[in-house]
Write a protein that binds this ligand. Structure first.
Ligand SMILES: Cc1cc2nc3c(=O)[nH]c(=O)nc-3n(C[C@H](O)[C@H](O)[C@H](O)COP(=O)(O)O)c2cc1C
Length: 224
């Protein structure tokens, strides 16, 4: 499965089977986590066969069951942390999908207290990602129209339209899709437009846009 297919096929999955991850899946995820941690300074940690984090009232409230594996998204406090976590966490979500696994970003409905992550001095863990073989592949959900999340014009290049379409496939907190893209030539700007955790969402949707548009076609601009 390609990353393009992974973006199209991915849905949040909250109920998982008992089947353990294979050694190959764990190795692939760990290799990607090591690479991200090395290049970004994040302190992402993978936990397998560790069900405690998803056994409390919040996890039940969130309809989670059978979660035995998760990725703790830890990093140094700072203004860019949320967006960085969103971007690189979604790389792991899409990698997991290509490995035949399912995922869900989880900011609220898990037990932070029972999570095994090591959170160093000056670090925080805004979110985790549940991981495993889903009981289902998840389902379609409501989706905004391209014109709701991007400034469009008749002469937009195809890569821009493809990027916006890929961004609309991205997971966002409570499916709020509160982001907005603008373009000036090949310079593209993405902004969060408010809402809960929309700074994490922004990183996620920027990765989807980049994969959809092709990084060779555009640059991120501060002002489009
Ligand atoms: C930043 C962020 C936080 C989220 N937090 C939770 C959560 O606490 N509990 C939960 O069940 N789902 C959570 N989700 C999953 C979203 O509800 C889900 O991505 C959204 O409804 C869109 O559905 P989809 O992922 O199937 O496209 C979160 C997603 C994101 C991106």
């Amino acid at each position: 499965m390609t990353l393009q297919q992974a973006m199209q096929n991915r849905h949040s999955v909250r109920q998982y089977l008992d089947t353990p991850l294979t050694a190959q899946q764990i190795a692939a995820l760990r290799a990607k986590i090591d690479e991200i941690n090395k290049t970004t300074g994040l302190h992402i940690q993978l936990f397998t066969e560790e069900p405690d984090c998803f056994t409390g009232a919040l996890a039940r409230y969130g309809s989670f069951s059978g979660v035995r594996n998760y990725i703790a998204m830890v990093g140094k406090k700072g203004k860019d942390l949320a967006e960085t976590i969103g971007y690189h966490g979604e790389e792991l979500v899409l990698l997991a999908q290509t490995l035949g696994l399912n995922t869900c970003w989880v900011a609220l409905t898990f037990s932070k207290r029972k999570c095994k992550a090591v959170i160093g001095k000056g670090e925080k863990m805004p979110i985790v990602i549940s991981l495993g073989y889903g009981a289902t592949q998840g389902h379609d959900r409501k989706c905004k129209a391209p014109g709701d999340v991007a400034a469009l014009s008749d002469d937009d290049p195809q890569w821009y339209r493809d990027g916006v379409a890929a961004a609309l496939n991205a997971p966002t907190a409570i499916n709020q899709q509160k982001f907005y893209f603008t373009r000036k030539g090949t310079a593209v700007t993405a902004k969060a437009t408010g809402g809960v955790h929309s700074d994490i969402d922004l990183g996620i949707v920027k990765l989807h846009f980049a994969l959809g548009a092709g990084t060779e076609n555009f640059t991120w601009g501060d002002e489009a």
